[in-house]
Design a protein around this ligand. Structure first.
Ligand SMILES: Cc1cc2nc3c(=O)[nH]c(=O)nc-3n(C[C@H](O)[C@H](O)[C@H](O)COP(=O)(O)OP(=O)(O)OC[C@H]3O[C@@H](n4cnc5c(N)ncnc54)[C@H](O)[C@@H]3O)c2cc1C
Length: 477
């Protein structure tokens, strides 16, 4: 009885606190940019993963000052706060597992400055990745990190996840392009982590700390990014293999020859089957694996690099090797690769499906072993697994589709995912090459990082003592 009375009292206090919170939030942003409508909250209760959690409020700030005031409020009342870009994350990173406030950053989406002389741009975090590159193209420049979700994801989300994509094999990941971040810290203080300069040896590298922190250390409200001149020429090599491991071997052989492709993507036979089913016009030949390798640079070197890559693939057993030089041909090849994620639904048509995608990365030399492991795991669990991804970085995505109404299949898929993660770690790899840890992969952080995880936890506790910034993420608790 006493327990019930106490619980009831607590409930009243919490309800009262949350009613006050609404009033306080309305003092910071206009009411039309705050919602606690259940239908609206539902839209913010998941990302592109299978993980769910409903917020109590969604707030859409338009300025850094608004973000800072909201965070101060959350800090004062110990309310969880989760920043959200476009919600395309694949690890549940933007899902508010403990409720509280979701900050929808999509209205802070301005491209504030294109500074060609200093090779940089100043942007707000809600700007869509592809929109930045469309704006830079007339100047002959681009922002190289190239996620498959380019048309949807925000730059803030990409930075917070330390994401990358097809072109990181030559151009690096988002880490290599962030010069400065404006961050609202967990107590509402606004800091700049860097500056306009191309390099700095001044103090701790807070920019690097914030990149990949998945919203657990602060909210990114602005960023200065390096840009790169567009390459003068590009060519793509398409190589088909009748042996999956031979394709894996070809990847490290290409790199070993001193060739630096701008992209090196792999699709296995299951992915090819799914992509062909999704778009029969693509008509990719039946084979165990294909590699799509792009080279770019000056026209004369592009031509010889493409021939060298093609020769290397042939020596390693590739057949039907084709070089595409025209933009339209290359567009067609890339369209097939970009379909891979969506095409997983064609593996078992007619079922209620969920896509579970993993994101392991291994050293280049052990790609063939990792591919062999994935095949064995697929066989062990009787599960169709498609493997594709940025093989040039050793970053392999596995896609699995299950009937969501079948409890047993959920269990099987979880075990298969666990086997894939552990196999990657045993091969000296990581559980996430680019999608982040979020709430999907926290259980592997001790195994992957050992006592370095304790250092991460200490940093989190020092900067966010009340654990309000995106709690229960990155395996920190
Ligand atoms: C079809 C498809 C293809 C994909 N391909 C790739 C790929 O090639 N490479 C790749 O890296 N990823 C890829 N992804 C995953 C995802 O798109 C990226 O991680 C993307 O960068 C997330 O951006 P977002 O705006 O959707 O972030 P969200 O999903 O909204 O958030 C991601 C994380 O960032 C945090 N966050 C967001 N904004 C801020 C902010 N302003 N301040 C602090 N924290 C913030 C969130 O709290 C969360 O932890 C793909 C996803 C899909 C659906």
């Amino acid at each position: 009885m006493i327990f019930l009375a106490e619980t009831y009292k607590q409930l009243i206090i919490i309800t009262h606190q949350y009613m006050n919170l609404l009033k306080n939030l309305q003092d910071i942003v206009t009411p039309s940019r705050i919602s606690n409508d259940p239908a609206e909250l539902y839209c913010y209760s998941s990302d592109a993963s299978y993980i769910t959690g409903t917020p109590d409020y969604v707030v859409m700030p338009c300025t850094t000052t608004e973000v800072s005031e909201i965070v101060k409020l959350a800090h004062m009342h110990r309310i969880p706060i989760t920043a959200r870009g476009a919600g395309t994350g694949l690890a549940g990173g933007a899902v508010p597992l403990r409720g509280g406030i979701v900050l929808d950053m999509s209205r802070m989406n301005k491209l504030l400055d294109i500074d060609i002389r200093n090779l940089q741009v100043l942007v707000e975090p809600g700007l869509i990745h592809a929109d930045l590159n469309r704006s830079l193209e007339p100047y002959g420049f681009f922002f190289p990190p190239d996620p498959g979700s380019s048309e949807m994801c925000t730059l803030g989300g990409l930075i917070a996840n330390r994401g990358s994509g097809m072109r990181s094999v030559k151009y690096g990941t988002v880490t290599d392009y962030v010069l400065d971040l404006e961050v609202v810290m967990p107590d509402g203080t606004i800091i700049q982590t860097g500056g306009k300069v191309m390099k700095s040896a001044s103090g701790y590298d807070l920019t690097a700390l914030m990149v990949g922190s998945e919203g657990t250390l602060g909210v990114i409200t602005g960023t200065r990014l390096k840009i790169h001149p567009l390459p003068k020429a590009r060519a793509a090599v398409l190589a088909h293999f009748n042996d999956l491991e031979a394709a894996g071997n070809a990847v490290s052989a290409i790199m070993g020859r001193g060739l630096v492709p701008s992209a090196c993507e792999l699709m296995d036979s299951t992915t090819i089957r799914a992509v062909n089913a999704y778009d029969p016009d693509l008509n990719i030949p039946d084979c165990e694996a294909l590699l799509l390798i792009e080279v770019d640079g000056a026209p004369c070197s592009v031509e010889s690099d493409a021939v060298n890559v093609a020769d290397c693939c042939k020596e390693l057993g590739a057949f039907n090797v084709r070089i595409a030089g025209s933009e339209s041909e290359m567009k067609e090849l890339w369209a097939a690769r970009r379909l891979a994620g969506a095409a997983v639904t064609r593996l078992s048509p007619g079922k209620t499906r969920v896509y579970i995608g993993e994101d392991v990365a291994v050293p280049l030399s052990v790609i063939p072993e990792m591919l062999r492991e994935i095949r064995a795991i697929s066989k062990k669990h009787g599960l169709t697994i498609m493997t594709y991804g940025h093989a040039g970085d050793g970053n392999l995505h596995t896609g699995m589709a299950i009937d969501t109404l079948d409890e047993k299949q959920w269990e099987v898929i979880k075990q298969a995912a666990d086997d894939i993660h552990r196999a990657a770690l045993l091969l000296g790899g990581t559980v996430s090459g680019e999608h982040g840890i979020g709430s999907a992969r926290g259980m592997y952080m001790t195994e992957e990082h050992g006592s370095a995880l304790e250092v991460m936890v200490s940093i989190k506790k020092a900067l966010d003592p009340y654990n309000i910034m995106n709690p229960q993420k990155v395996g920190l608790e």
